[in-house]
Design a protein around this ligand. Structure first.
Ligand SMILES: [Zn+2]
Length: 444
């Protein structure tokens, strides 16, 4: 039966504010988007503030949520942080992963995230033993997303080597399938459904050899599935790649046939001019994760250059130092300002595009991210009268959201026509904070 929501103000494509919009949903999709409706139609729920499409968190490692505030105090680098991350990875079981991911995805829903790209490499038991169900860990993530009411794209990650020419060791043994044939067999056993899609990932130029990258790219190509890859987050990985292959990681991916419009390069921090041309020229997407990149002292990727060259830009909270896509979005512009000492590289509209329509496409939900007839009914109401957003004129609502709102300003979240968050409370997970406490305590 069709259900209608009435929006005081909605952000409609292509970047247009409209007052009084009735969104009617039938069978999980918008069946009608009616503008100029001055008052709520009978029976329609009223949405205050600005209604935007559901946001996509394109790059997530759910288990990193357990590290929040524990790894922020030390001196060190990405590589010292990685040791702590591995210590948490060693302790997870399918049950504890389900509990942690359920709470983490519920936190995302509260932040207005309706789709998650989970870059999943924690496949096997400690030491590398295969669980009775070889996909027990991936299935736990899928179930967690279902329980939290969000869409999930499980980006099953092929991770075979500990570094260029090095075997997996210690905690990394859980990540490995041995070879790409066994990775393929395992991933083919995963089943998508109405809210779960399956994609692939190449962990990095450290973790796969060129011929293995080509195998994973071919798997994704045959299935028209998203293909994600960590790219040039660290200078050391570029140096190791150049020393071993005489190519940058981007060049290596291009040679392996791994670039293209269904591919998303995550981070893309330390690139050459040729790398930017290869990525943009092939319409390869890039996912920026600014809150993680600054937390890990990675550097600032050339997001605007990549966008201008032809790469769609999307956003991810990656290590979940914070989960707030508004913060990721404005950081793309604000980091660029710090680097260039100039303002105004990205408009608020472009930043919200990265969080919504571009992000949804990056994780394979091309039918989400826009408030149009036929699209999946995924939408979010953001308060324009909170202490953070109040005072902006209606005409500047998009700027208020992109540059001042936080996850705490998300009031209502609807995924496929089902209300997941109402009045800032998760409908399916009654106490997200308590579940986060319990799930992280269990891993200490
Ligand atoms: Zn990552």
């Amino acid at each position: 039966m069709p259900v209608t929501w009435w929006c005081e103000l909605a952000w409609l494509p292509p970047g247009r504010l409209s007052r009084g919009v009735a969104l009617t949903v039938d069978d999980g999709r918008f069946s009608e988007v009616r503008e100029g409706v001055v008052a709520p139609p009978p029976g329609a729920a009223r949405l205050r503030g600005l209604v935007i499409p559901g946001m996509a968190n394109v790059h997530s490692h759910a288990f990193h949520r357990a590290l929040r505030a524990r790894t922020q105090r030390e001196r060190g680098t990405f590589w010292t942080w990685r040791q702590q991350m591995y210590a948490t990875a060693e302790r997870l079981t399918p049950d504890s992963y389900l509990a942690l991911a359920r709470a983490t995805y519920a936190e995302m829903a509260l932040a207005g995230i309706t789709s998650v790209g989970e870059f999943h490499y924690l496949h096997h038991a400690p030491g590398g033993a295969v669980y009775d169900d070889a996909n027990a860990m991936g299935e736990a993530l899928c179930e967690a997303a279902r329980q939290a009411g969000v869409r999930l794209t499980l980006l099953d990650t092929c991770y075979l080597h500990g570094g260029v020419g090095q075997p997996l060791e210690g905690p990394q043994l859980r990540f490995g399938d041995g070879d790409t044939a066994r990775w393929t067999d395992r991933v083919d056993a995963l089943k998508p459904d109405a809210t779960i899609r399956i994609g692939a990932a190449i962990h990095s130029s450290r973790a796969l050899r060129p011929e293995e990258m080509a195998d994973v790219a071919a798997w994704a190509g045959d299935r028209a599935a998203p293909l994600h890859v960590h790219l040039s987050e660290q200078r050391a990985e570029n140096e190791a790649c150049l020393a071993a292959y005489g190519r940058t990681p981007t060049g290596l991916l291009a040679d392996a046939g791994a670039l293209g419009s269904r591919t998303v390069a995550v981070h893309a921090t330390h690139l050459t001019g040729d790398d930017v041309r290869l990525l943009g020229g092939s319409s390869t997407g890039v996912c920026m994760c600014p809150t993680t990149e600054r937390d890990l002292a990675d550097g600032i990727g050339p997001a605007r250059q990549l966008f201008t060259a032809g790469s769609p830009v999307s956003l991810g909270s990656d290590s979940h130092a914070v989960i707030d896509l508004f913060e990721e979005a404005r950081a793309v512009e604000l980091d660029e300002r710090l680097r260039t000492e100039e303002r105004g590289h990205w408009s608020a509209q472009e930043l919200l595009d990265a969080a919504t329509v571009a992000g949804q496409a990056a994780v394979g939900w091309q039918d989400s991210g826009r408030l149009v007839v036929g699209a999946l009914a995924d939408f979010v109401a953001v308060d324009l009268a909170s202490v953070r957003t109040a005072g902006a004129t209606e005409a500047k609502a998009v700027e208020a959201v992109a540059f001042a709102a936080t996850a705490a300003d998300v009031r209502t979240v609807v995924v496929g026509g089902r209300t997941v968050v109402e009045a800032g409370r998760h409908v399916l997970v009654p106490d997200v904070g308590a579940e986060l406490v319990a799930a992280t305590e269990a891993l200490r």
